[in-house]
Each structure stands twice: as C-alpha cells, then as structure tokens.
Ligand binder design. Structure first.
Ligand code: DGL
Length: 260
C-alpha cells in the first residue's frame, strides 16, 4: 500500500492524557494536520486486559485509517505497552508508541534510584519488564501504580484536596528511598506536574516522554518521506467515543462523537 504524504496524523488515548503529546507534536511538526481520538467511553485502560486494550486500539486505528491517517501516534503508555506489536503486525502504516522514560532516567540518575508512576496495565506489561531489564540493571526502580489518578484527571479537577491526598499516598512511600528522578509513565500524569512540583522535594527531577515522542515522530516521517509538503488545514479534529466527553474539560473546540 502506498501511503499518501499530504494527509493527517492520528493521535489517540483512552482520554485526555494524549493531549499532552498532541501539544508537543504540534510544536515540533507545525506543518502537519492532526486528528485526536479520545476513547473516554472506555477509559481507563489501566485496569483492562491486554486483549481488551488491543481490541480498543484496533477499533480506533480502523477509524483513523478510514479518515486517511498516514501515521498513528499511540499517545498512551498502557496502549503502547500492551498493543503496539499487534498494531504493527496488523497495519501497514507506521506507529509511534510511548513508554515510561526509564532509560534516560537510569542514565541520568546520580543516586541510582528512580521512581516510576504508571498504570497497572503498563507496569505489568511484558514490554515494560523487557525495557526495565535492559536499561536499569544497576538502578533501583521503585514502581508505583497510580490507581484512581486517571479518573480524577479526566474530571479536570487537578488541584483538589482529594487528589492531593491520593497523590501523596503514592509519592510519600517513595521519598526516603533516595530517588532523584520520578518518571511519569502515563500521559495523563503530565497534568499533575504543577501539583507534583509542590509535593516533591526540589532535588527530584520529573520526566515524561512527550518531547521524545514528538522527535521520534519527526524522524519517522522524514525517513519514510511522509513529511507533508503542502500547507494543510491546521485545525485539529477531535473525536470521542462518549456523548459526555471529558475532553470538553480541557479544550474549547468542537468534539464529534463516534461509536468506534
Ligand atoms: N494515558 C494513558 C497512559 O498513558 C492512561 C491509561 C488509562 O486509561 O488507564 O497510560
């Protein structure tokens, strides 16, 4: 199949988390056109099985391909770590995935202790275990499941006392173990950075993978000769699987509801 160069990029997540990736993509690829899909009728993905997550991804990618997407960014750690291999086997277009940034964290940690906050689905995946075994051999990795955080973020309430208590219950046990880097292994958690900066001691660095994903997307588009050569319409098209989309807590643009 010949992939067309002057068409859109698809970006999807279980909800609003992928908006943090979309923002980096738009800055790094200003000439490109984007479609964003939020599967918020089926969020969170973090507690679903690998098979359920893969099935959701297939439905969404079928939709994105039907809209002409030349490449898809899986803007969700949980979907990437559970379904990226199946997606690459099933479809001809390129996929960019996102994984917790434990490799750069392990390389840059001075104390050789790093924390990873991610969903249950990501931390229990084979891909995460493989990456962790390969790149964090001499590093103590403190894994923490962030149950409930995605649900709270989807509501758009990013600073209330319930969320502070929940986040503290995950972060406090990590402190005292001498970590110097906290990896945000879920795209939703980028919205928690302002709160984390209050909770965390100043010597702990927070890292996520948003810019790395945007750079990798640029590299792949260039290599595949798929960078757009025309001035395409820059309006992002937003789609959701829910009639009461939580996307509206974060964006003012029109959201189309689709039954993926
Ligand atoms: N943004 C998704 C991720 O990066 C959230 C997962 C979920 O829906 O639980 O993992």
């Amino acid at each position: 199949m010949k992939i067309k160069q002057n068409t859109c990029l698809g970006v999807f997540d279980s909800g609003v988390g992928g908006l943090t990736i979309l923002s980096s993509l738009k800055s790094m690829l200003p000439q490109e056109q984007f479609i964003y899909v939020s599967d918020d009728a089926n969020a969170p993905y973090g507690k679903k099985s690998k098979e359920e997550i893969s099935e959701r991804c297939f439905q969404i990618v079928d939709f994105l391909i039907s809209r002409g997407c030349k490449l898809v960014v899986v803007a969700c750690n949980t979907a990437t770590t559970n379904a990226i291999d199946a997606l690459r086997t099933r479809y001809d277009i390129p996929f960019i995935g996102i994984e917790p940034a434990i490799k750069p964290a392990a390389l840059n940690s001075k104390t050789k202790v790093i924390g990873v906050l991610a969903t249950r689905g990501t931390l229990s995946s084979r891909l995460f275990a493989q990456t962790s075994n390969t790149f964090t051999q001499n590093v103590n990795v403190i894994e923490q499941i962030g149950d409930g955080l995605v649900e709270a973020i989807e509501k758009g309430e990013l600073m209330n006392s319930k969320l502070v208590d929940l986040l503290n219950s995950y972060i406090k046990p990590m402190l005292g173990q001498n970590l110097d880097i906290l990896v945000l292994g879920c795209t939703h958690y980028t919205f928690l950075i302002p709160l984390l900066q209050i909770i965390l001691p100043k010597n702990i660095q927070i890292i996520d993978s948003a810019d790395a994903v945007a750079k990798q997307t640029f590299r792949v588009l260039k290599k595949e000769k798929l960078l757009s050569s025309k001035n395409l319409d820059k309006t992002v098209k937003y789609f959701s699987s829910s009639t009461k989309s939580t996307l509206s807590n974060f964006i003012s643009e029109k959201i189309k509801v689709v039954n993926f």
